[in-house]
Design a protein around this ligand. Sequence first.
Ligand code: PMT
Length: 399
Amino acid sequence: MLRGKHIVVGITGSIAAYKAAYLVRALIKKGAEVQVVITPAGKEFITPVTLSALTGKPVVSEFFTANDGTWHSHVDLGLWSDLMIIAPATAATIGKMANGIADNMLITTYLSMKSPVFVAPAMDLDMYAHPSTQKNLETLKSFGNHIIEPASGFLASKLEGKGRMEEPDKIVEVIETYFSKKEDLAGKKMLITAGPTYEKLDPVRYIGNYSSGKMGFALAEACAERGAEVILIAGPTQLQLNHPGIKRIDVESADQMYEQAMTEFQHVDAGILCAAVADYKPEVYADEKIKRKEGDELVLKLVPNKDIAASLGKIKREKQLLVGFALETHNGEKNAKLKLEKKNLDFIVLNSLQDEGAGFRTDTNKISIINKKGERTDFPLKNKKAVANDIVDTFIKFM
Ligand code: PMT
């Protein structure tokens, strides 16, 4: 499972730092390539010599090497890594991660990470239980980070309680489970729609909406990372993706999205329709720029667009799955249930503009999933990648 995986191990200043050597060794024994990044305090507890001997790589600690000026790029590490694990993670480091205080190489590496981050806290029981630590851990979870809860037992302080860093073997198990889970869409083909649509009025104007594409792109990434082959039909957005498992088809209007979706849906196992598709388009497209006429009102006649979700719902094969979104401002559950039924969806993801941090353009979302039986599961506010994984987890149960 770990063969060939690139893992960044972050080590901070805790007595549990000695366990990091066992963790590094266990990861390497499983075939992973490991790069250690250590804080200055971490070096007081375990020497870089031990760690570089285990990994076969120089340990990264400073932004550059003082004697020859070699620059250590945290950005490159962020791109290289398949996973980052910070073990042990002290209260100070957790606080800095939660608040973006980039005053050492480990934090800048964390902030540059493109891959999932796991955090194994280690500290005294009272420090762990303190509301500020708990709040910071909740913040890290809301960023999509995975917390490996500390165990209870004897602590370096001679006290007994919760705060011991989880044992290296257990941490390796968690990482292996994560990678095995990541393959749970292997062999599946998914269609995802994302972003807004633009309905042209004339050569310089259109009717559009505020969708950025972030939620749909996070879904495409999550599905591809979990092994699926993804066809992403994207409305106009500046977002970029470079996962080899994603084939991107750019469209502008609802009609173009409809054509592509109807064609591609025939070749996939499932569709997740996250695009904010315009329900109406101008009846007439003016070839020339519409001129302002003093004193005159401009009346636009709009005609309905095709409903992509409902059309796919009609041609859905027995084993195909179809998931839709409902973006609501009021009567969320009632409207979502109506859409679920009308569009023949397997489940619907409800997000409401009444929830702070949810919906358009934000990096976070707050969703509820409603299934055909009308059962509703509420999720807390999370970053869109974590939300995407929650949707995929639900989706897997239907397959
Ligand atoms: O892109 P972001 O900035 O990250 O914002 C994410 C989001 C808010 C756009 C996303 O989370 C979301 O809610 N997407 C659906 C928006 C929407 O159009 O909802 P709706 O309730 O109007 O549509 C219901 C469902 O029918 C959706 O799955 C939609 O894709 C689909 N639909 C709607 C109209 C239409 N003509 N064809 C469709 O397929």
